[in-house]
Write a protein that binds this ligand. Structure first.
Ligand SMILES: [Mg+2]
Length: 386
């Protein structure tokens, strides 16, 4: 278990400032890596906490020393670990990293890419949308949009920051700036970042006002639990599709967005919903209900690769969130980064496992020393990086 963090954490909605990595190592030394998108130390506690009773057993106790030689083994091991930690609220956030690491390890063991282990016939290219935060001013937003278009992206998403914090006209100015910077060709998505609480009228006013800029979706206008507000806005047919789901830390919550919130795009974060196993279950729901699945990824390319394997073969879901900027920790975490091709597309790697490797020097530079002690005996001590 590795807790990594930049020296100073800001209040911005920037999830790249810290992270929890899990490395699983087989008896012969072959290893796999995974990353959670969560509070790293709270998740670390879900691994190392002493048992409280049969439904609160630390994940590490369930995962160390078990055999994983097949996909069925992996699903069984992860399912049992979750079952024994069912009453730890953080369980799926935490387990995500180990689950992803196990898929990586199994792929390396069986000499196959993870997408193949999941049953996809091929890895199709997805249009990578550069995912960034709105600038403080519309001018800042426009200049970021120009950089994104200049880097060859055919889609971009702007979110959070000042959006929804002022008047409708302020929202329009920000979206106008993003569209101006991108030009008319690229797709543009807007992430309202929970700005409207449960205020359907206010969200509708902004949705109608930004519709003329050609918006692929309006994301999370409301708090994640405001399912009724999402449904009400969907019924008002503003002409702007809705996207949500990144907060789902359980497949049942993802299903709630699909069945009861009226969202057109379900966004799933493998690093929160229990890893590749949980995200793949969310993808199967979308497939069965004929909705579009989109990864939510605002972490390193380790998380991006894990996310892309989940829906690699899905020709109906052709967009992929691509972290465009972030901390040096996150941008440098993998030795290799997933390339965006000349048409602005990215795909899950076809090399074995996840297809990315953790950069040992970046790991060493950001790994924090953690020691948890009870009554003088050490429950957990972080390993030397690498
Ligand atoms: Mg979002």
């Amino acid at each position: 278990l590795f807790y990594l963090a930049v020296p100073e954490i800001s209040d911005a909605a920037d999830g790249t400032q810290d992270t929890l990595l899990v490395r699983v190592v087989a008896e012969d030394g072959l290893d796999g890596w995974g990353e959670s998108d969560s509070s790293p130390l709270v998740s670390l506690a879900a691994y190392v906490c002493p048992p409280s009773h049969g439904n609160i057993v630390g994940l590490r106790q369930s995962l160390v020393g078990v055999e994983v030689a097949s996909v069925d083994d992996l699903r069984g091991v992860v399912g049992r670990a979750r079952r024994r930690a069912r009453d730890i609220a953080q369980v799926n956030h935490a387990l995500a990293a180990a689950d992803i690491a196990l898929w990586d390890l199994l792929g390396k063991r069986l000499q196959k890419p993870v997408w193949q282990l999941l049953g996809h016939p091929e890895s199709l290219p997805k249009v990578a949308y550069a995912s960034v935060l709105f600038g403080v001013t519309p001018e800042d937003t426009e200049s970021v949009a120009r950089r994104i278009a200049g880097a060859g992206f055919r889609a971009a998403k702007f979110g959070w920051g000042p959006f929804g914090q002022g008047e409708v006209d302020d929202d329009v100015a920000q979206v106008h700036a993003a569209r101006k910077g991108l030009g008319q060709g690229p797709r543009l998505m807007v992430d309202a970042g929970w700005a409207f609480g449960e205020d359907v009228e206010r969200a509708e006013a902004t949705a109608r006002a930004i519709a003329p800029f050609g918006i692929t979706w309006l994301e999370e206008p409301f708090a994640p639990e405001a399912i009724g507000a999402y449904a009400a806005l969907a019924l008002r047919a503003t002409g702007v599709p809705l996207a949500a789901g990144e907060s789902a830390d359980d497949v049942r919550r993802a299903e709630d967005f699909l069945l009861n919130a009226g969202v057109d795009y379900l966004q799933v974060d493998a690093g929160r919903i229990g890893g590749i196993t949980g995200a793949h279950a969310g993808w199967q729901l979308c497939r069965d209900l004929r909705r579009s699945y989109v990864n939510h990824t605002y972490k390193s390319h380790l998380s991006l690769a894990a996310a892309l394997h989940v829906f690699a073969g899905d020709s109906h879901s052709g967009l992929a969130e691509f972290p465009f900027e972030g901390s040096a920790l996150s941008m440098g975490l993998t030795s290799n980064r997933l390339p965006v091709d000349a048409d602005g597309r990215v795909r899950a790697p076809s090399t074995v496992g996840l297809g990315v490797a953790v950069h040992p020097e970046v790991l060493a530079a950001y790994a924090r020393s953690v020691r948890i002690e009870i009554d003088g005996s050490v429950l957990f001590r972080s390993a030397a990086p690498g």
